[in-house]
Design a binder for this molecule. Structure first.
Ligand SMILES: [Zn+2]
Length: 412
């Protein structure tokens, strides 16, 4: 079966490799050949046999990987004024309860479409309402849906929660995971049983961790704004200790936020091989103190980026997230930031994407702007928020700006 071939101004494979005048061969959605320069491109086309489509002078870049979203909260976009975490949680619960299933579904689709149009090709999505998998099964985005579990310390809820979080039927672009909501909202029994489920079914875990001062105050002392909302007793322990004890900390764990780790947490997380997920837009929304990105990276902890939800972010756009990270952390190299927003997230989500290497699925977006070097490509993609002409997922056109620069179907 002849592959599809196309030529593009340049192609960024990953943080380290940029190809000028690139030709790409794609078969069954995966990259099967890459050539640098026109002569090598003609040889690849002759060998593969087939016409070459020209995608123009822009950059073909690895699609963004949003390692943490709550697409089901799309309906709340722009509706929650609070910036203090405790008050925001209360508003969120009320506003979500006031939405019909239809509104929630429409919001979910709108947020998935927003992500896609911004060049995101894969998402790790927390699902508490049971709506996400049904929609994402029919959406071009590649997704890992983490079923969210929370019993607020009430043992009477544990069994029902466990039934609800069982993984669904996977699809070519849809996989499942488990999201114990946070160390302070999951009882020790539920935490242990979720760890067993994840181990048996080989599912990754996504956990909100050390997000706010309020959370830490309640976990360690049982005081602060969350004391009013939490029905049970404070464990008077560090969140990470609770996760470790339950068996929830390992290589397939994503720790979301990690704004306020306890003493020694960073080293324990590094040893466990877990990934930290930073959400720059949500961080700014709650006006949190500076995130220690350089500290995590220096400690050897992989850091992925995420959008969090439309209830705590002004936009759902990974290009904006990486630009916000670059603005807040000017000393961190743009190559490292690109890696956080692509490969690191993809590896943590276990999706086999995040780089445009041979054998990988062609999950990419195409920019309008052209560049003349790897450095210029990294600067453009990370800080420049370039206009996007088209988005490809699994070698198929998933979105375009109306220009139809990419042929409709690149399969087989
Ligand atoms: Zn979240």
């Amino acid at each position: 079966m002849a592959p599809h071939l196309f030529r593009v101004g340049s192609l960024l494979v990953d943080r380290d490799r940029w190809i000028s005048s690139a030709t790409v061969a794609v078969r069954r959605g995966r990259i099967v050949g890459l050539a640098a320069g026109d002569a090598a491109g003609r040889r690849l086309a002759r060998k593969a046999g087939g016409a070459v489509a020209d995608l123009g002078p822009g950059v073909l870049a690895p699609g963004w990987v949003d390692a943490h979203a709550h697409l089901e909260l799309g309906a709340l976009h722009g509706r929650l004024p609070a910036r203090a975490f405790g008050a925001w949680v209360g508003q969120l619960v009320k506003a979500r309860a006031a939405c019909s299933r239809e509104e929630l579904r429409a919001g979910l689709r709108a947020d998935a479409d927003r992500l896609l149009a911004g060049g995101t090709t894969a998402v790790g999505d927390n699902d508490a309402l049971g709506l996400a998998a049904g929609l994402l099964r029919r959406h071009p985005l590649r997704a890992r849906v983490f079923r969210e579990a929370l019993d607020a310390g009430d043992p009477a809820r544990t069994s029902a929660v466990l039934r609800r979080v069982q993984p669904g039927r996977p699809a070519p672009r849809l996989a499942f995971g488990v999201a114990p909501h946070a160390p302070f909202t999951v009882s020790p029994t539920l935490a242990r049983r979720l760890a067993t489920l994840a181990r048996r079914r080989r599912l990754p875990l996504s956990i909100h961790f050390a997000e706010s001062r309020d959370e830490r105050q309640w976990l360690l002392r049982g005081t602060g704004p969350l004391a009013r909302l939490m029905p049970g007793e404070s464990p008077r322990r560090e969140g990470l200790e609770l996760l470790e004890e339950a068996g929830l900390l390992g290589r397939r764990t994503l720790l979301v936020h990690a704004n306020l780790p306890g003493p020694g947490d960073r080293e324990r997380i590094q040893r466990a091989g877990a990934t930290v997920v930073h959400c720059p837009g949500s961080h700014r929304w709650f006006r949190r103190p500076a995130f220690d990105l350089a500290g995590w990276l220096e400690a050897g902890v992989p850091v992925a980026l995420g959008t969090d939800s439309s209830a705590s972010n002004a936009e759902l756009d990974m290009g904006r997230e990486v630009a916000l990270a670059a603005e807040a952390h000017p000393a961190v190299d743009v190559a490292v930031l690109l890696d956080c927003a692509t490969r690191a997230g993809a590896e943590a989500l276990g999706l086999g994407t995040g780089r445009l290497t041979e054998g990988a699925p062609l999950d990419a977006y195409l920019t309008e702007a052209r560049v003349r070097s790897r450095r210029a490509a990294l600067e453009l993609l990370v800080r420049g928020r370039p206009g996007i002409r088209a988005v490809l997922i699994g070698g198929e056109r998933a979105w375009d700006d109306g220009s139809q620069v990419v042929p409709a179907i690149l399969r087989p």
